[in-house]
Structure formats: C-alpha cells, structure tokens
Design a protein around this ligand. Structure first.
Ligand code: ZN
Length: 236
C-alpha cells in the first residue's frame, strides 16, 4: 500500500492544489494529513474543504487547535497569533467543527502519525535535531513515525552507526518529518511531502514548485503580516 503523507498546509491553496494533483498522479492508496491545515496563509476555509474531501486521515495541528480554541494562542508568537485570529473569522462553522474533532495521533500498519512528537503530542514539542529525535523513540513502538510541525523535512533513525537509505532497513526504526506543503522553512520554497510504500518499505520525499508569488500576493492583499509573504518566497 502506498500512503501519501502531507503536513503543514497553512492555508496555502496554490501549494495544496499542486500537491493533491501530484498525489493523484502518483497512484497512492491512502492520504494522511498530519495537521496545520490553517494558520499563516490566505485560504484557510478552501484548504480545510479540500483536505476534508481528499484525505483518509486528518490529524490536529497546533494552529488548527488554536483556531478553534483561542486561549491556545497564549504560547504563539505575535505573528502567528495575529494569523490565527485572522483565520478564525474566515472559517465556516462546518470547518471549525471539523477541526475541533481532529485526533492527535493515528496508528495503522506499524506506523504512527502525529503532528508534533510521539511524546505527549498535545504539548506540541518540536524535533529540530538528532538530540531531540533520539529520546522520542522511547515513546512509540512502531517501525516508523511520521511527523510535521517544524516544516523541516528530515529522516531520523535510531541507529546512527548505519548509513541512511530511503529504503527503510528491517530492524531499524525511523522518525520521518515530511516537511511542509504550504510554508517550507528549510531554505527551499518548493512544497514538500512524502509517499511511503508499506510493502517495499521505501520512502519517497517529494519537492515540487507551485506559484509562490500568487500565494504571497494573496497574503498581502488579505492584510496578513508582510513577513508571512516574504518567508514563502524565501522558504524560511
Ligand atoms: Zn505548522
């Protein structure tokens, strides 16, 4: 079975549209979204509708959570908070209800899916480094855990003495960050996601271009902070 995994769309409809059409062409069996459909970007409701219609599993991200529980923005930086308040006013009651009901994690076929970390996903910790990734292997039992949240695509595995291959080694376990569809932060503005084949154990990381300028212009036209447009262009 081939599972496409997307995360951190952040209301970027141009990136999401390209991503979903690529997924269609890649002949996948299932689509899992790791959350943060909304926040930062200009098209929150359209993105919720599109993900809802196409994904088999949709998890809760911290920005989705904040959009439906405004007190959760207390840990947000001022920009993110401003974007959440902007977003909330633009979500239909159906979309708010949909986000409200999202689970924090999902398990199938020896795979764990979470937005943030296997350890207490509701606390929204980040994995930015190997030092932060290694202890997380204690908090899940599956062969592989797919994560998002940092917007940085990265593959961590639990035995650093072995070289990394994209074909997952039997007997080794992994944490794979699929990157961000709608707001990449690794210096590459192209959208990022991945496809995992549960039969061959191969992981395929995908980057693709989309009309970044169109989204950036919408961010500005919508009255969102200018920085949010600039970071899309830079991919940072
Ligand atoms: Zn995010």
């Amino acid at each position: 079975m081939r599972i496409a995994i997307i995360s951190d769309i952040h209301a970027n409809l141009e990136a999401l549209t390209v991503c979903l059409s690529l997924i269609k062409s890649l002949d996948v069996d299932r689509l899992v979204c790791l959350g943060d459909i909304v926040g930062y970007g200009p098209d929150p409701d359209a993105c919720v509708v599109a993900v809802r219609e196409t994904a088999d599993v949709v998890l809760l991200g911290n920005h989705d959570h904040a959009a439906v529980n405004i007190e959760a923005t207390r840990n947000f930086n001022p920009l993110a908070k401003e974007a959440v308040l902007w977003t909330r006013e633009r979500l239909s009651s159906e979309s708010l209800a949909f986000l409200q009901k999202r689970p924090l994690s999902h398990e199938e076929q020896d795979i764990l899916f979470v937005h943030s970390t296997p350890y207490r996903p509701e606390e929204w910790h980040y994995i930015f480094s190997w030092n932060e990734a290694i202890p997380q292997f204690e908090y899940f039992e599956q062969e592989v855990c797919f994560i998002g949240h940092s917007h940085l695509p990265q593959i961590y595995h639990n035995d650093v003495s072995k070289p990394l291959t994209l074909k997952l080694d039997a007997g080794m376990r992994y944490i794979i960050n699929v990157g961000s569809v709608g707001q990449p932060r690794d210096g590459d503005p192209r959208l990022s996601f991945g496809v995992f084949d549960t039969d061959t154990h191969e992981y395929l990381p995908i980057r693709a271009e989309y009309d970044v300028e169109a989204t950036a212009n919408k961010v500005l036209a919508g009255g969102l902070p200018q920085f949010l447009a600039e970071r899309l262009l830079k991919g940072r």
